[in-house]
Design a binder for this molecule. Structure first.
Ligand SMILES: Nc1ncnc2c1ncn2[C@@H]1O[C@H](COP(=O)(O)OP(=O)(O)O)[C@@H](O)[C@H]1O
Ligand SMILES: [Mg+2]
Length: 402
């Protein structure tokens, strides 16, 4: 029998918008949030289409890959997907009429990616704030989905989008304003930053990731930009220096780790915080966490996934109790990473050892945070998720009860 070609169920073309690469399917649906940045970027630079293939062994059930000519012609023959170029994107253009705005906001839950766990109310509030041109600040502890939600809302609006990670830049001035260069031909000249271009792009949505970790210079520079009454960027410290106006309709979405467990977070200026509408990301409940992990890892034993959610939930409850013996709970980012290890054949104990324990201080020996978390994890390690952990007594006991 001839080998059947595996066909994708969705085909996307990647377009560049601002400094982001967006993936549009042939029927105009935006799939950006489902596809890794690297995959989208490569497709754009290599000028090829990418498709969603049901994977035979992937942890999410699907994977995005290049659509080869062979697949393309097979697709055209099967005609299940229209691969002819899509020029008119059926976009989620933000309406201007009030009734339409209301309708847009209240039906927007369908725009939320399935993989993002967020309550309907919070999501709608986020979309509403974006549609209303508010400066939005996503807050919450590390690894609770702030960046993910920020990117998702940016993706949901069909507007030019820009991404800046302010936690990663050492030199806010060059990221936000630009650099002064010198060469013998032109003398001294100024090259403006991409941020300068971004704020001059009408209706742009600008993601300012990790604003809480940014250098205080970045906060000072952004102060006038974010102020609804000012909305300009000053190119130089001098008070009478040139300014650049923020274009009409520009929306800012920032993220901030709020929570004392994050020591590298600088305490943000109150005046800066006041310029934002705060959207607080909820830490997932045990039930939601279980649902998320089961959705992401359908091939991992569901009972073990439930235990991972339980462990995380126990640490979160402990960390917020008055007599807390640990300063922070296990984040969703960590549970997702841990389940990736389970999927790759590591036991719960092994996975915890490499992904959870290093996050907890081991000083103080038996009284340390690490020992405390280990004890919680251990309770769930002898449940069959890792067979070789049974000791002889437990084996005998288990057999006796059978
Ligand atoms: N609410 C959530 N819903 C779905 N996945 C989440 C959520 N929170 C965290 N994650 C997982 O953790 C990873 C890190 O989340 P991220 O948005 O980068 O966290 P933050 O920006 O709050 O530190 C995500 O890629 C996702 O796999
Ligand atoms: Mg983040």
């Amino acid at each position: 029998m001839a080998k059947q070609i595996l066909l994708p169920d969705v085909v996307c073309k990647v377009e560049k918008s601002g400094n982001r690469f967006n993936a549009w399917s042939t029927d105009g649906t935006k799939f950006t949030s489902e596809i890794t940045h690297g995959c989208r970027k490569n497709a754009f630079n290599g000028d090829y289409l990418i498709g969603r293939f049901v994977s035979t062994n992937g942890n999410k059930g699907t994977s995005w890959r290049k659509v080869t000519d062979k697949v393309l012609s097979a697709l055209e023959n099967s005609s299940s997907i229209n691969t002819t170029s899509n020029t008119d994107n059926v976009s989620v253009d933000v309406p201007s009429d009030h009734a339409e705005v209301l309708d847009f906001i209240h039906t927007s839950y369908s725009l939320k990616p399935t993989a993002l766990m967020m309550s309907e109310l919070k999501w709608k509030y986020l979309v509403r704030s974006a549609v209303r041109g508010k400066n939005i600040m996503m807050t919450g502890p590390a690894g609770c989905g702030k960046t993910m939600a920020g990117k998702a809302v940016v993706n949901s609006l069909d507007r030019p989008d820009f991404y800046f990670n302010l936690g990663a830049t050492q030199d806010p001035r060059s990221t936000l304003i630009g650099n002064t260069h010198f060469d013998t031909k032109n003398g001294t000249y100024f090259s403006e930053s991409l941020f300068v271009k971004a704020i001059q792009t009408e209706n742009a949505v600008i993601l300012l990731d990790e604003l809480s970790r940014a250098h205080p210079d970045a906060w000072n520079i952004l102060m006038t930009v974010l102020d609804y009454g000012q909305r300009y960027l000053r190119l130089d410290e001098a008070n009478n220096s040139e300014t650049i106006k923020v274009a009409h309709g520009v929306t800012f979405v920032a993220t901030a780790n709020i929570g004392n467990e994050y020591t590298s977070t600088r305490v943000m200026d109150k005046a800066l915080m006041d310029r934002f509408t705060i959207v607080e990301m909820d830490v997932l409940s045990e039930e939601d966490e279980t649902q998320l992990l089961n959705y992401m890892f359908p091939h991992v034993d569901s009972k073990t996934l439930g235990n991972v959610a339980k462990i995380a939930s126990l640490t979160r409850t402990e960390s917020s109790s008055e007599t807390a013996r640990i300063t922070s709970g296990i984040s969703t980012r960590t549970t997702v990473e841990l389940c990736g290890l389970l999927y790759d054949g590591f036991s719960l104990e092994e996975s915890s050892e490499v992904s959870i324990y290093p996050q907890y201080d081991a000083t103080g020996g038996v009284d340390s945070e690490r020992t405390f978390v280990k004890q919680i994890v251990q309770k769930f390690c002898d449940d069959g998720s890792s067979d070789d952990l049974f000791n002889e007594d437990e084996m005998a006991e288990a057999e006796a009860t059978n």
